[in-house]
Design a protein around this ligand. Structure first.
Ligand SMILES: [Zn+2]
Ligand SMILES: [Zn+2]
Length: 151
């Protein structure tokens, strides 16, 4: 998608820099879009570098801020760990945090609880964010192999 400069301030961003920023933004947006779960800035940096060698972490942080402001991505706050980011258009889903490799995966919704559900004690549910903890498929396979040889 082409991003037009504002007509009132055409000279503030020189064209080459603007084009470079657009490419960085697109690459970082693609990384977040393609991910199977919310990513930390460092994970985004590592993956975007495969496409844009020499991409700096400061650029990643700056671009994340721009994408947040444009509401193309949103922050995900999990009970532990650093801030993560995911595509804004994914709709409701919950997360699985692997305590071994510390990757976070998108889940469907394991908690079937509609908005407006009343709980005992007079609590009315408006929303929820569930984070499940455990081992991801890759780490489960590793743990099973480990058990075969040790103890
Ligand atoms: Zn894992
Ligand atoms: Zn849910």
């Amino acid at each position: 998608m082409k991003h037009e400069q504002q007509a009132s301030r055409p000279e503030e961003v020189p064209a080459p820099l603007g084009q470079r920023q657009t490419r960085q933004r697109e690459a970082i947006g693609r990384v977040i879009e393609a991910a199977t779960g919310p990513l930390t800035a460092r994970e985004i940096h590592a993956r975007a570098q495969e496409e844009m060698a020499g991409l700096g972490i400061a650029t990643v942080y700056r671009t994340i801020k721009l994408l947040l402001e444009a509401r193309e991505i949103k922050g995900v706050v999990l009970p532990s760990g650093e801030p993560r980011y995911e595509s804004a258009g994914r709709g409701h889903h919950d997360h699985f945090l692997c305590r071994s490799c510390e990757q976070v995966f998108d889940l469907g919704c394991p908690l079937r609880m509609a908005r407006g559900t009343s709980l005992p004690g007079g609590f009315v549910v408006e929303d929820h964010e569930v984070t499940l903890f455990g081992l991801c498929p890759g780490c489960t396979a590793g743990a099973t192999q480990g058990k075969a040889t040790s103890t």
